[in-house]
Design a binder for this molecule. Structure first.
Ligand SMILES: CC(C)(COP(=O)(O)OP(=O)(O)OC[C@H]1O[C@@H](n2cnc3c(N)ncnc32)[C@H](O)[C@@H]1OP(=O)(O)O)[C@@H](O)C(=O)NCCC(=O)NCCS
Length: 150
Protein backbone atom coordinates (compact mmCIF):
# COMPACT_ATOMS: atom_id res chain seq x y z
CA UNK A 1 0.00 0.00 0.00
CA UNK A 2 1.34 3.44 -0.92
CA UNK A 3 2.22 6.12 1.61
CA UNK A 4 -0.58 8.20 0.18
CA UNK A 5 -4.10 8.06 1.57
CA UNK A 6 -4.12 4.57 3.08
CA UNK A 7 -7.70 3.24 3.22
CA UNK A 8 -9.24 4.17 6.56
CA UNK A 9 -12.77 2.93 6.02
CA UNK A 10 -13.79 -0.66 6.73
CA UNK A 11 -13.79 -3.11 3.82
CA UNK A 12 -17.58 -3.26 4.02
CA UNK A 13 -17.92 0.53 3.77
CA UNK A 14 -15.43 0.57 0.92
CA UNK A 15 -17.07 -2.47 -0.69
CA UNK A 16 -19.04 -0.92 -3.49
CA UNK A 17 -20.05 2.27 -5.16
CA UNK A 18 -23.32 4.19 -5.19
CA UNK A 19 -24.54 4.80 -8.71
CA UNK A 20 -25.53 8.44 -9.03
CA UNK A 21 -25.34 9.70 -12.58
CA UNK A 22 -26.62 8.25 -15.81
CA UNK A 23 -25.51 9.29 -19.28
CA UNK A 24 -27.06 8.66 -22.64
CA UNK A 25 -24.46 7.89 -25.31
CA UNK A 26 -24.95 10.33 -28.18
CA UNK A 27 -23.25 10.76 -31.60
CA UNK A 28 -20.78 13.36 -30.25
CA UNK A 29 -19.54 10.83 -27.64
CA UNK A 30 -18.39 8.21 -30.18
CA UNK A 31 -14.96 7.21 -31.49
CA UNK A 32 -14.19 6.13 -35.07
CA UNK A 33 -15.21 2.59 -34.13
CA UNK A 34 -18.73 3.82 -33.43
CA UNK A 35 -18.44 3.12 -29.70
CA UNK A 36 -18.10 5.35 -26.67
CA UNK A 37 -14.97 7.56 -26.83
CA UNK A 38 -12.79 7.00 -23.75
CA UNK A 39 -12.02 10.71 -23.42
CA UNK A 40 -15.71 11.55 -23.07
CA UNK A 41 -16.12 8.95 -20.36
CA UNK A 42 -13.07 10.21 -18.44
CA UNK A 43 -14.42 13.76 -18.56
CA UNK A 44 -17.73 12.58 -17.10
CA UNK A 45 -15.99 10.59 -14.36
CA UNK A 46 -13.72 13.49 -13.39
CA UNK A 47 -16.72 15.82 -13.15
CA UNK A 48 -18.63 13.23 -11.09
CA UNK A 49 -15.63 12.87 -8.77
CA UNK A 50 -15.31 16.67 -8.45
CA UNK A 51 -18.96 17.03 -7.41
CA UNK A 52 -18.66 14.12 -4.97
CA UNK A 53 -15.47 15.61 -3.45
CA UNK A 54 -17.05 19.04 -3.03
CA UNK A 55 -20.00 17.47 -1.22
CA UNK A 56 -17.76 15.30 0.99
CA UNK A 57 -15.03 17.86 1.74
CA UNK A 58 -17.19 20.98 1.85
CA UNK A 59 -14.81 22.87 -0.39
CA UNK A 60 -15.47 24.02 -3.97
CA UNK A 61 -11.69 24.20 -4.52
CA UNK A 62 -11.24 20.41 -4.71
CA UNK A 63 -8.92 19.32 -7.52
CA UNK A 64 -7.91 16.05 -9.17
CA UNK A 65 -4.52 14.85 -7.89
CA UNK A 66 -4.32 11.28 -9.15
CA UNK A 67 -6.28 8.77 -11.21
CA UNK A 68 -4.93 5.23 -11.04
CA UNK A 69 -4.72 2.73 -13.88
CA UNK A 70 -7.84 2.39 -16.01
CA UNK A 71 -8.70 -0.62 -18.13
CA UNK A 72 -11.63 -0.21 -20.49
CA UNK A 73 -13.20 -3.66 -20.23
CA UNK A 74 -16.32 -3.12 -22.30
CA UNK A 75 -17.91 -0.25 -24.15
CA UNK A 76 -21.22 1.26 -25.14
CA UNK A 77 -22.93 2.10 -28.38
CA UNK A 78 -24.97 5.09 -29.45
CA UNK A 79 -28.27 5.08 -27.60
CA UNK A 80 -26.99 2.97 -24.69
CA UNK A 81 -27.37 4.32 -21.17
CA UNK A 82 -24.47 4.07 -18.76
CA UNK A 83 -24.29 4.72 -15.03
CA UNK A 84 -21.36 5.95 -12.98
CA UNK A 85 -20.71 5.13 -9.35
CA UNK A 86 -18.28 6.42 -6.77
CA UNK A 87 -17.39 5.74 -3.17
CA UNK A 88 -14.93 7.40 -0.84
CA UNK A 89 -12.46 4.80 0.46
CA UNK A 90 -10.10 7.01 2.45
CA UNK A 91 -10.03 10.46 4.02
CA UNK A 92 -6.55 11.91 4.45
CA UNK A 93 -5.59 15.25 5.99
CA UNK A 94 -6.08 17.33 2.84
CA UNK A 95 -7.11 14.61 0.38
CA UNK A 96 -9.84 12.09 -0.25
CA UNK A 97 -9.54 8.85 -2.21
CA UNK A 98 -12.46 7.37 -4.12
CA UNK A 99 -13.07 4.29 -6.21
CA UNK A 100 -15.20 4.35 -9.34
CA UNK A 101 -17.19 1.94 -11.42
CA UNK A 102 -19.04 2.47 -14.70
CA UNK A 103 -21.48 0.02 -16.17
CA UNK A 104 -23.59 -0.25 -19.29
CA UNK A 105 -27.24 -0.33 -18.24
CA UNK A 106 -28.27 -1.98 -21.50
CA UNK A 107 -25.77 -4.86 -21.61
CA UNK A 108 -25.11 -5.07 -17.85
CA UNK A 109 -21.37 -5.10 -18.56
CA UNK A 110 -18.85 -3.29 -16.39
CA UNK A 111 -17.16 -0.74 -18.66
CA UNK A 112 -14.38 0.14 -16.20
CA UNK A 113 -13.34 0.29 -12.59
CA UNK A 114 -10.84 2.74 -11.08
CA UNK A 115 -9.26 1.80 -7.76
CA UNK A 116 -8.04 5.26 -6.83
CA UNK A 117 -9.15 8.76 -7.69
CA UNK A 118 -7.50 11.25 -5.34
CA UNK A 119 -8.83 14.79 -4.89
CA UNK A 120 -7.11 17.45 -2.77
CA UNK A 121 -8.85 20.28 -0.95
CA UNK A 122 -7.12 23.64 -1.59
CA UNK A 123 -7.11 27.01 0.14
CA UNK A 124 -7.57 30.32 -1.68
CA UNK A 125 -3.88 30.37 -2.60
CA UNK A 126 -4.01 26.91 -4.18
CA UNK A 127 -2.23 25.14 -1.31
CA UNK A 128 -3.49 21.87 0.22
CA UNK A 129 -5.92 22.69 3.03
CA UNK A 130 -6.94 20.27 5.81
CA UNK A 131 -10.61 19.36 5.40
CA UNK A 132 -11.21 17.87 8.84
CA UNK A 133 -13.43 14.99 7.71
CA UNK A 134 -12.90 11.28 8.36
CA UNK A 135 -16.07 9.67 7.06
CA UNK A 136 -18.67 9.76 4.31
CA UNK A 137 -21.68 12.06 4.52
CA UNK A 138 -24.88 10.81 2.93
CA UNK A 139 -26.46 14.22 3.38
CA UNK A 140 -25.80 17.71 2.02
CA UNK A 141 -24.62 19.10 5.33
CA UNK A 142 -21.12 19.99 4.04
CA UNK A 143 -22.26 21.85 0.91
CA UNK A 144 -20.20 25.07 0.66
CA UNK A 145 -22.90 27.74 0.71
CA UNK A 146 -21.16 30.69 2.45
CA UNK A 147 -20.89 32.68 -0.78
CA UNK A 148 -24.65 32.43 -1.23
CA UNK A 149 -25.56 34.23 1.98
CA UNK A 150 -26.42 31.05 3.95
C1 LIG B 1 -2.91 19.50 -5.59
C2 LIG B 1 -1.52 20.09 -5.31
C3 LIG B 1 -1.66 21.50 -4.72
C4 LIG B 1 -0.88 19.15 -4.27
O1 LIG B 1 0.43 19.56 -4.10
P1 LIG B 1 1.48 18.60 -3.34
O2 LIG B 1 2.77 19.31 -3.31
O3 LIG B 1 1.40 17.21 -3.89
O4 LIG B 1 0.86 18.62 -1.87
P2 LIG B 1 1.14 17.62 -0.70
O5 LIG B 1 2.42 16.88 -0.87
O6 LIG B 1 0.92 18.43 0.55
O7 LIG B 1 -0.03 16.54 -0.83
C5 LIG B 1 -1.37 16.93 -0.71
C6 LIG B 1 -2.20 15.67 -0.55
O8 LIG B 1 -2.14 14.92 -1.76
C7 LIG B 1 -1.69 13.59 -1.48
N1 LIG B 1 -0.85 13.16 -2.59
C8 LIG B 1 0.24 13.80 -3.08
N2 LIG B 1 0.77 13.08 -4.09
C9 LIG B 1 0.00 11.98 -4.23
C10 LIG B 1 0.02 10.85 -5.10
N3 LIG B 1 0.96 10.71 -6.02
N4 LIG B 1 -0.92 9.92 -4.96
C11 LIG B 1 -1.89 10.04 -4.02
N5 LIG B 1 -1.99 11.09 -3.16
C12 LIG B 1 -1.04 12.04 -3.28
C13 LIG B 1 -0.89 13.69 -0.21
O9 LIG B 1 -0.83 12.45 0.45
C14 LIG B 1 -1.69 14.74 0.54
O10 LIG B 1 -2.83 14.13 1.11
P3 LIG B 1 -3.10 14.12 2.71
O11 LIG B 1 -2.93 15.54 3.18
O12 LIG B 1 -4.52 13.67 2.81
O13 LIG B 1 -2.09 13.17 3.28
C15 LIG B 1 -0.62 20.17 -6.59
O14 LIG B 1 -0.11 18.90 -6.92
C16 LIG B 1 -1.41 20.71 -7.76
O15 LIG B 1 -1.76 21.90 -7.79
N6 LIG B 1 -1.70 19.83 -8.75
C17 LIG B 1 -2.55 20.21 -9.85
C18 LIG B 1 -4.02 19.89 -9.50
C19 LIG B 1 -4.96 20.23 -10.62
O16 LIG B 1 -4.98 21.36 -11.09
N7 LIG B 1 -5.73 19.24 -11.09
C20 LIG B 1 -6.61 19.43 -12.18
C21 LIG B 1 -6.05 18.81 -13.43
S1 LIG B 1 -4.79 19.79 -14.16
Amino acid sequence: MSEHAAPNLTPREADDVSYRTRKWVKPEDLNANGTLFGGSLLRWIDEEAAIYSIIQLGNPRSVTKLISEIEFRASARQGDMIEMGLRAVAFGRTSMTMRAKVRNMVTGEVILTIDKIVFVSLDEDGRPQPHGYTDITYDRDRLPLEDRGH
